[in-house]
Ligand binder design. Structure first.
Ligand code: UDX
Length: 433
């Protein structure tokens, strides 16, 4: 199948590359010439395990190409996938300007042959209809079906998530488009759910909001565990053994970050409010998440009193989660903001996200080259991201470097008993057993 993918961000680049690996002819389009040239050269602008090799392989084998020429790409393709960003605007609503600009450009290029246009970006309910209206406004002879096939890939495991999805949702009203999209996605999974377009758009928001709810729920339980001396790790394990609950997404921590959950919960709240519905549960999910990082500040105050000025903080991890250099809505940024305001000095280390952090906050903090350097003479260690490298640290190895044996473990990576036996003041999340 001949496919154009517009947008070479996480979703666009990964799905375009994976579709080419399945034998389709894929043209990836991006407005940014620099990015296109980089991709043509076989380099990728994001950190994603396994992706670079696939981009290089499929380009070399002639199934994958990159261009800034949207018109030419659309003319050559049967399927056009829109995978541009829908960032949060001030109000919390998704900013749809990129999607709508692409719709206009597709409308100008589309001609009169039948084409299937697919929204893969996370978009407000009703977007497919709006995209179709814009396309027809530009070309009223266009023979087009606009569908919704939301993407559920996670950063850090995007390639394997795309090849092994739990399900593919195809939202369409048109039989011809349905057939095309089933054929395109069949090699990925047998679990294809066919819905109307609006339900498909809603499935993406509802799924992300539900996962965000699970995280805020377990964080709330963790905070109550702390007050009563229960261990949230055991509590989550015990809950997760119930098939109806399941063990995933019940890791208490410093809250969810990244490019999707914060943005999508806000956008869903906004969609509800636009129809005069107050989504009380979603308000609470967002509120708990907005506050969760502050437990680190309370713990610092609990340990050191109000006098935290001049304390040396060793910050382990910057990225919003392991295996990515993505800093969008990373809890580390909020923690850095507050502890530096309180006069503390921060030395941070992350296996890959230091460059991205420097672009955002420059020299507000110091950056170390490795874990040992980070820990040296620290008054307190704060673990923010659960990289494997940090999980392997022994209490003895930490103790050797630090000035004071104090660990605030924001991702419950260490064993509280081992830490206490080694003489540490140790605070996890929901583990004050
Ligand atoms: C998420 C969705 O999983 C994916 O389906 C969607 O397409 C995009 O958004 P991603 O943002 O890459 O993917 O990361 P994910 O692994 O889902 O984690 C999101 C955030 O939740 C991270 O900050 C992570 O630390 C946090 N999290 C996750 C927890 O705090 N506890 C958990 O148990 C799971």
């Amino acid at each position: 199948m001949k496919i154009t993918v517009v947008g070479t961000g996480y979703v666009g680049l990964v799905s375009g590359t994976c579709f080419s690996e399945l034998g389709n002819e894929v043209i990836c389009v991006d407005k940014i010439e620099e990015k296109v040239n980089m991709l043509k050269g076989g380099d990728i602008p994001i950190y994603e395990p396994g992706l670079k090799e696939l981009v290089q392989k499929n380009q070399a084998e002639g199934r994958l190409s990159f261009t800034t020429d949207l018109e030419d790409a659309v003319k050559k393709s049967e399927v056009v996938i829109i995978a541009v960003g829908t960032p949060s605007s001030e109000s919390g609503a998704a900013n749809m300007s990129y999607v709508y600009t692409v719709a206009e450009e597709v409308g100008q290029a589309i001609g009169s042959d039948f084409k299937v246009v697919v929204n893969k970006s996370t978009v407000p309910i009703g977007t497919a209809e709006e995209v179709k209206r814009i396309i027809l406004e530009k070309n009223n002879t266009a023979d087009v079906s606009v569908c919704s096939v939301p993407e559920f890939l996670r950063e850090g495991s995007a390639v394997s998530d795309t090849f092994n999805p739990d399900r593919v949702i195809i939202g369409t009203e048109c039989e011809r488009a349905r057939k095309t999209l089933i054929e395109l996605h069949k090699p990925l999974t047998d679990q294809i759910l066919l819905t109307d377009v609006r339900s498909s758009e809603m499935i993406k928001y509802a799924s992300n909001a539900f996962l965000a709810t699970k995280i805020s729920f377990i964080n709330e339980i963790a905070n109550i565990c702390d007050a009563y001396g229960a261990d949230v790790v055991d509590v989550a394990k015990g809950m997760g053994l119930d098939d109806r609950i399941g063990p995933k997404f019940l890791q208490a921590g410093l809250g969810y970050g990244g490019s999707c959950f914060p943005k999508d919960t806000k956008a869903l709240i906004h969609l509800a409010e636009e129809k005069a519905y107050e989504p009380q549960l979603l308000y609470a999910v967002k509120d708990i998440n907005d506050r969760q990082y502050q437990r680190v500040i309370h713990q610092l105050n609990g340990i050191f009193g109000e006098d935290t000025k001049g304390l040396k903080v060793a910050l382990l991890g910057l990225a919003f989660k392991p295996n990515t250099d993505d800093m969008r809505d990373a809890p580390s940024l909020k923690i850095i903001e507050e502890v530096t305001e309180l006069g503390m000095e921060v030395v941070a280390y992350d296996p890959i996200a230091i460059e991205r952090t420097q672009e955002l906050i420059g020299d507000k903090i110091n950056y170390a080259k490795n874990v040992t350097e980070t820990l040296q003479d620290a008054d307190v260690v704060i673990l923010v991201t659960e990289w494997d490298e940090f999980k392997q640290l022994s209490p003895a190895a930490i103790k050797e470097q630090v000035r004071r044996p104090v660990v605030i473990d924001g991702r419950n990576v260490f064993d509280p008993n081992q830490m206490k036996e080694a003489g540490f003041i140790y605070h996890g999340v929901g583990r004050q057993v």
